[in-house]
Design a protein around this ligand. Structure first.
Ligand code: GDP
Ligand code: MG
Length: 174
């Protein structure tokens, strides 16, 4: 976790079904922008954000999956060395919510059961087409023993909070 200097490097991974908003969440967190026309490309990409926490620098290396999640074929290597995961569904897509359990299993098998995780119900700005209640999200997260937030990458709701909760959880362990 430590790279030798006084800078901690944390590997964070975004998982969840295709189109739930992973790339938009990352873009919002890193650049504070939202781009409707974002095109996914096949490959794995990460972005870096440096935080100053409790008197030290923490470098977040945040990995986004671009396309592979469609085939549920994310390579095991991708999860190696992960400190934290955001598992994301779309509140307007029931299947993406049902698949959270599957993603959780993948994560347990590949990243280990001790890796910190937070569940996000994204697109909470789309109240009129919501199909997954907030209560169902909260219940699932409670059963998994993890934090939960409803987010909107579009309207910048709870994005910062979700990453902070994850990082805090990781830091409290180390
Ligand atoms: P990914 O496949 O999980 O990376 O999903 P993307 O980030 O590419 O987003 C998929 C689609 O959902 C795009 O059309 C986005 O504009 C849209 N989207 C992402 N986040 C939000 C959000 O918070 N609210 C709304 N209304 N749309 C979103
Ligand atoms: Mg994407």
């Amino acid at each position: 976790m430590d790279d030798g200097s006084d800078c901690l490097v944390l590997k964070i991974i975004l998982v969840g079904d295709s189109l739930v908003g992973k790339t938009c969440i990352l873009q919002r967190y890193i650049d504070n922008t939202f781009d409707h026309s974002y095109m996914s490309t096949i490959g794995i990409d990460f972005k870096v954000k440096t935080l100053h926490l409790n008197g030290r620098f923490v470098k977040l290396q945040i990995w986004d999956t671009a396309g592979q999640e469609r085939f549920h074929s994310i390579s095991t290597r991708y999860f190696r060395g992960a400190h934290g995961l955001l598992i994301i569904y779309d509140i307007t897509n029931a299947l993406s919510f049902d698949n959270v359990t599957g993603w959780m299993k993948d994560v347990n098998a590949n990243a280990g059961e001790n890796v910190d995780r937070v569940i996000l119900g994204n697109k909470c700005d789309l109240e009129e087409t919501r199909v997954v209640s907030k209560e169902r999200g909260e219940k699932l997260a409670w059963e998994c023993g993890v934090h939960f937030f409803e987010t909107s990458a579009k309207n910048n709701i709870n994005i910062e909070k979700a990453f902070s909760a994850l990082v805090e959880g990781i830091m409290n362990k180390s």
